[in-house]
Design a protein around this ligand. Sequence first.
Ligand SMILES: Nc1nc2c(c(=O)[nH]1)N[C@H]1C(S)=C(S)[C@@H](COP(=O)(O)O)O[C@H]1N2
Ligand SMILES: [Mo]
Length: 554
Amino acid sequence: MTTTEQAPAAASAPDGQGGGRRRGRRPLAAVAGLLSAGVALGVAELVAGLIGPQASPVVAVGDKVITLVPEPVKAFAIATFGEDDKIALVVGTLVLIALYAAVLGVLALRRRAVGVAGIALFGVVGAAAAVTGPAGGPLDALPALVGALAGIGALLALLAPLTVPATGTRDTAADDEAPLAERLRTALGSGDRKGAGLDRRRFFLTSGAAVGAAVVTGGAGRLLLRRFDVGGARADLALPAPTSPAAPLSAGADLAPQVEGLTPLFTPNREFYRVDTAITVPQISPADYRLELTGMFDSPRSYTLDDLLGRPDVIERDITLTCVSNTVGGLLAGTARWLGVPLGAFLRENGIQSRSDQLVCRSVDGMTIGAPTRSALEVEDAMIAFGMNGEPLPVEHGFPARMIIPGLYGYVSACKWMTGIEASTYDAFDVYWTERDWAAQAPIKIASRIDTPAPLRRFPAGRRAIAGVAWAQTRGIGAVEVRVDEGPWLPAQLSPQVDADLWRQWVLPYDFAPGSYQLTVRATSAEGEVQTEERAEPFPDGSSGLHSIRVIAS
Ligand SMILES: Nc1nc2c(c(=O)[nH]1)N[C@H]1C(S)=C(S)[C@@H](COP(=O)(O)O)O[C@H]1N2
Ligand SMILES: [Mo]
């Protein structure tokens, strides 16, 4: 730990005079700053534990950062950290806080007021972020403010032993006996006068207390926040049986068991890709859930979860979901058996008006997702989903209810933790992603991916399956072809067509002589549209181009 590494350096400070001592004390002051920030964050977490997860300043500030960072930075973060982008953000935020706190500690050594103001500012920023968050209220300012007060207290207590009034004194008793006025002056004013002493023992004792306080309060806060987890309520939820079940799968519909390395037809919930802007997963208790219809409806109303679960028209469908951020050959696509309420019927029943061309779907975390009203009404199998692969939606995937519209990228259809649908227009409302210049309309592009062989990893020469998946939701996949080097396009064998909204696996057995090969795949929709080889990046409406990899047989 730096604390102990720094101590000998400070101890070997050449003399008892101000300049030398101040230099020796700076690392300790930086530590004091760090520990004060730790105490502030811990206490804030404890108070947030009493109020609710939306009040935690770390999370609230992180949320704001996500909302404010420019798209290229976000794209970089997703590209670099993938689904760990939020962990990277939290770690990055903590590193920044640590630097800020260390600098504050050093500045406060000379002028306490700077430290006090710096931590107060930190508290105000945290409070503002929490209060103005999507689920924020005035009470949510409390954790950051109380945390900041605790942090200021900790900073003053930690700096005091670095600037004890009498020259060279290490005697705490002597310090305690110093005149009150003197002690106050040290606590509040410039303690770093020439000749001020350093009480290392007291500094380390206070540090230990600060570490303890930070750990205990932070840990207790985290524990308290578990009260808000809806995992238990989710486990207790009984799903209805569908009135209209998914199309039955023939035996052998999934080719994965026979082909090593091939993506399974259905993606287990745990492995299903996750993309959203939520740092902490929103927790909506089933009992409190409401879906509010607003805007251009003749007879808008609000639905409880039981209203949705108890409907007589529950459908079950197999649908492949895809993210617009998926790069060519990428893994941001997954297939599930979804259970829910047919969206078109639901909207009509509430008298959706023909003037509406955009549904603004609102999530409890403040996200707005704009889906074309027309698709919502006309795409068969569009639904408000509450079940995924035989279970209630996992909390990460939108519990208790989300939208699914086959054929549209998730950012223009698949609103998770959905608590509102406003029938609106594109003219009247810019949603989150369109404000950030992503396309307002974004049908999923035809795509195909090679899962095996893995690129650049040697495999034994001989007969081997080249295999992967291809998708063209709502249209269906008609054919997949593979090209080896500059050879002809060879037709692959496809898994049985189950539903146009489901991806299809493809397999091509190939005799590999030792050597290296360039493999390229392309799909054709059931309507005859051939996947374009023209390369496009995900921004602004989805990537295109053929997946091509180099493989080596030996
Ligand atoms: N509330 C909310 N819903 C959201 C998002 C989000 O950030 N917040 N992201 C969307 C995007 S970009 C995609 S691709 C899908 C991903 O759904 P999944 O995480 O269940 O795979 O959710 C969509 N729904
Ligand atoms: Mo997405």
